[in-house]
Write a protein that binds this ligand. Structure first.
Ligand code: 6PG
Length: 260
């Protein structure tokens, strides 16, 4: 597996693979390592999974027989990073996608699977309920914020991540871990984890592939400060954990990265 590594700072590693399938394989390998390490150390692994299309291949890889036997799925607790305001069986549902590509194929303990339910009539209350479920399930770090072992994130071409979109009031939330918000550019509501919760994670994996993400990645990793400041994804800064950014070459092609 050929990969160009460019370490960005102490907490962030950037790994670039030639193709999206190689980047996806690397993400699957890292996912497995983090799950096994968490279970070895604490007897359970708390993850929050990304939606969108990029992680499809990752979830399908994880659902392949070799990985099913390899990983302690019954000790994995699954939350979502964000969700659309649609029922779980809707084609746009992140949970529905994760269920079809991964959860239906691995021996997960269904009592440890937490859909967001962002189609609730009162989505704000549903967000508060989801936060309560996270607080009741995921042990907190020293700062009192639940500490996920792994939060998997994608990134949109506008630099959004989870459902934290440019201009959203959710970007500046500091006193809640899960919020609902109306996303102007979509004309729809979303539910999303907030930066305080995301940045409390032990491990964050950003999996970003495709040339359509190249401009945002270039701004994020090598752009001027004010270009970077426009991007919600630039606010992903783990407080004490590790941030691994996995790219394919098309997504990295405009970034000026110094190699290790
Ligand atoms: C969602 C995702 C979102 C996603 C980006 C990238 O609900 O859509 O959680 O944050 O990661 O939009 O989406 P793609 O992977 O489809 O490019």
């Amino acid at each position: 597996m050929s990969q160009k590594q460019s370490s960005h700072d102490a907490t962030r590693r950037i790994l670039i693979e030639p193709t999206s399938s190689q980047a996806t394989q690397l993400a699957a390998d890292m996912f497995g390592t983090i799950v096994c390490d968490a279970v070895d150390k604490r007897g359970i692994c708390h993850v929050a999974l990304a939606g969108g299309t990029t992680p499809h291949g990752l979830y399908q890889l994880l659902a392949k027989s070799g990985n099913i036997d390899l990983l302690p799925w019954d000790l994995v607790e699954v939350f979502l990073g964000d969700e659309r305001d649609v029922p779980q069986d809707h084609v746009e549902s992140n949970f529905g996608m994760i269920q079809r590509t991964l959860l239906d194929h691995v021996p997960i303990n269904l009592s440890r699977v937490h859909p967001m339910g962002a189609d609730a009539d009162d989505i704000a209350q549903a967000a508060a309920d989801y936060e309560r479920a996270i607080r009741d399930t995921v042990p907190a770090g020293d700062d009192g914020i639940p500490q996920f072992d792994l939060i998997l994130l994608g990134m949109g071409g506008d630099g959004h991540t989870a459902s934290l979109f440019p201009g959203s009031e959710a970007l500046d939330v500091s006193d809640r871990l899960v919020v609902s918000c109306f996303v102007q550019v979509l004309g729809r509501s979303r539910m999303t984890l907030t930066f305080p919760l995301i940045n409390a994670a032990r491990n964050i994996i950003q999996l970003v592939t495709g040339g359509d993400k190249a401009e945002a990645i270039a701004d994020l990793l090598s752009g001027a400060e004010d270009d970077k400041a426009r991007l919600p994804v630039a606010r992903i800064k783990p407080v004490a954990g590790k941030l691994l950014t996995i790219l394919d070459e098309p997504a990295a092609r405009l970034a000026d990265l110094k190699k290790d």
